[in-house]
Ligand binder design. Sequence first.
Ligand code: SF4
Length: 776
Amino acid sequence: MAPDDLLEAATSELRSEARAVRAKAHGNRVTYSPKVFIPLTMLCRDRCGYCTFAKPPARVRGPYLSADEVLAVARAGAAAGCHEALFTLGEAPEDRYPVARAWLDEHGFASTVDYLVAMCALVRDETGLLPHANAGALASEELARLRPVSASQGMMLESLDPDLACHRGAPDKTPPRRLATLESAGFLAIPFTTGVLVGIGESRAERVRTLQAITDAHRSHGHVQEVIVQNFLPKPGTAMHNHPPCPPEELWWTIAVARLLLPPEVHVQAPPNLSDDLRPLLDSGLDDWGGVSPVTVDHVNPERAWPALHLLRRATESAGLTLAARLTVYPEYTREPERWIDAAMRFAVLDHADADGLGREDPWCSGGTEPPPGLVGISLGDDNDNDGDGDGDGARGMPSHRAAPAGGAVHEVLTGVGLGQEVGEEEIVTLFSARGPEVRAVAEVADQLRRDEVGDVVTWVANRNINYTNVCTFKCRFCAFSKGPLSLNLRGAPYLLELSDITERVVEAEAAGATEVCLQGGIHPSFDGDYYLEVIRAVRQASDRIHIHGFTALEVTEGARRLEEPLVDYLGRLKDAGLATLPGTAAEILDDEVRAVLCPDKINTEQWLEAHRVAHSIGLRSNVTIMFGAVERPRSWARHLVRTRALQRETGGFTEFVPLPFVHMASPIYLQHKARRGPTFRETLLMHAVGRITYRGWISNIQASWVKMGAAGALQALQAGVNDLGGTLMDENISRAAGASHGQLMDEGGFRSLVEPLGRRLEQRTTLYGRVPAPC
Ligand code: SF4
């Protein structure tokens, strides 16, 4: 709609169109940024008619917050699960107040911006929070100095009306100065937040002109990530205390016009603490609530408390939308870090991000000791209701327990699943985007499919891992298990088991009731394909009936290659010697773009698929694994699921799907600051549920890895499509090498304690899902 038409149109029409634009560009997701507010200085050289933030020196404890004060606030925010440290401050107070100048001189800073740079760096380095610098109108050189220490920056344009009385004493509020800042931020590729202040005396036409200027700047540089539409409220003690507040209808009109005028990818925000009724704001087309703090007040509007998170969520969900925590920099920018994020900030951003580039929702990590949030049904120690509203969510932004109708695209896909439709790549990506009540809806559908397909029995297998060597010639960047032949590190020396050790371990395993040994290890430089035959013989020396589940697609492909033997012949010899099934590991993510980052010298997607195709062709069955949550996005997960389903259609040889969430703690790629800290619990739960939905009719068994998810995580996975808890895994070394802390052995009693509260039956199985007769 042209600007003139916007001025003529009815508000109801504008709001309806704005909702449609939001739905198309952003789906049903509304974001907010969990933050702490750090008012570095409340002194300011400007005198704006509406402002109570700026104060004279006599009314503040000191001209600037000290470094200790800054850190105390930031640390409280980090402990409460915030991602953002919002630095808001007055403009160049040293030009007006001698006390500010003296403080800076005494502390060795040339300017307020100098001090801000130092404090942003301190907060980033000491707490990991992402600074957002909101320092007003700055010169290009000042913006550039802030770029390496902040993930994003911002400055309200407010209004381009040059005659506003409220700006008469404010040299930094002149339109040319602020437009120059906006433009410079674009040239410097700074993800930038700006906005308009509504109701300070400007006309609608002036507001449109201001929004148009923001649009023009964004079209030139692509840097405007969000536009805040903020309503003026009069405050006692200000020049405008008698000025009428911005009427709500005027705010709604402006939100809708902003949504229609700005390019669709620019997010539109309105502060939730400045309106009593949130629903009309949502109905006007916004898709972001801005920063909300569980720790600090809004220092610009201290009289208006942030809404409690559960109320914000409730308001958002009651409009058929979902709420998601975000970072101070939006996903559109984190996806292109080389362009938008300074190298010095990239890891801090990555470390807070989930696979969508939004904020991690809880402190749970695969293999870690933090309990998972309760996302579905019954969960262990279900005490996450930190905000006390009885819905089981908490201050960290965890999705709600309440059963709520899923809306939007996720709901559409689930409706199709209910009608028996098969999900393709696009639908799978949509399912992975589920948030809040949608997660529960996806889990419920998966749980029903599980019930239909395999009933209420939960299975487990008694097995022992034997990792014959941790020496490996490959250089998988995620792998904390492998050692170069000569390396030593804190997690242990390189080793190669003697064949007699393998025999002995099998004897012990069988004596302890194991029905399976799981054999895998590094690719030792001395191995040729015959080594694996020797391993099988060593196992058979101990037992002629234990099931040999062994050798990844990489190991058998490499074994055949080193012997220069066709894979089918080589696998045939392994089978004749006693190999019964292959593990699906070495799949990682079956998407070559991702493999090029994670494991560039390993077999590629097609080679992995081919190894399993050949194995299935001679009667060796195998399983599908996915190691997810390191560097890739949900589209790669979808490709992995679709490609393995296609092979299953062809061969029918896969017995189960085993999601393996990436354990980051000791992983080289994480320690090099190039990977996320594994999937979030929401993503992990969804992987099981979406796997169940994707493989419907093709793979009946979905397994949860208790080693990586912990017992509490596995319990929730059992309510999201999972019917198998995998093995007892005496001697699980690979996850532990990566830092997992969930023990080396689970027993039948441990499995039973998970299954019984769900009213389901536990059964021991064989590797191929046959029943194990109970001992006499
Ligand atoms: S994942 Fe396997 S192939 Fe890759 S380095 Fe580790 S042990 Fe070697």
